[in-house]
Write a protein that binds this ligand. Sequence first.
Ligand code: R5P
Length: 287
Amino acid sequence: MKTTVISDGSDLARRISRRLGARHVRYAVREFPDGESKITLRGKISGRIIVVKSAYPPVDTGLLHALSLIARAREESSEVIAVVPYMGYARQDREFLSGEIVTMRVLGRLFRGAGASRVVVVDIHSTAGLRLFPIRTTNVTAIPDLARHVKKMRLKDPLVVSPDRGGEGRAKKFAAELGTGYVALEKKRDRSTGRVQIRTRSTDVSERDIVLVDDMISTGGSIVKAAQFLKRHGCRRVYVACTHALLVGDAKKSIAEAGVAGIISANTVPGRTPVDVSGAIAEAVRP
Ligand code: R5P
């Protein structure tokens, strides 16, 4: 059965489509003054259909586009795969404070209800969120692609650092790819204000180049605090390698002001460092 890829024409989607030898159908979006979207497919769709839509900000709009495309695709096909490289709401995978709605569970139902038979994401914040989906899910990783890029940078005595304990597994994997060691800092985030603090007392990073590894950068708060801490402890240069560089608001500026020498990220968000993750995604969805 032939495969059709539906996308907004992003670099990542075009590459996935090319790797699969699929027919690529783009869609156009017209935004109405009240914020509604009018989505129009630019070609015929059939066969096995893969909808590629990353849910970077505006997150809710991106998700509604993905769901609308899936629903339309399901009218033409019995097999619809949703590729959502950056899955918004992934951090809302449990009730942290009483009364909070676990929106990841809601999303799972919406993806199934729209007609997706499977959802593929990249380096999701935590796989706990995917376990709330009532359909098959796959979490692809960009870590080997990011590490390959960092390897070429010829860093001095590099050390991989996770800004928090939750990212320790990610840092371990990255360090293994790089052939170096790793540490995980202890971060505390105030659940009401979002304020971040590094609780680790000290660490030996003197004269080492640091690769701070994270799944995503949103406001940059976590990276700024971690970079400031590492600089205070005498490290050499600090680079950041993350999969999803959302870089909301002044994030880029604050990160540069904290002394970060560069951000390496994947093409799950358009317009960032072009570390291409299409190979891993194409392998995951190949028939
Ligand atoms: C949190 O645990 C995540 O892995 C990221 O570190 C965090 O969500 C990034 O958000 P921000 O850039 O706003 O600190």
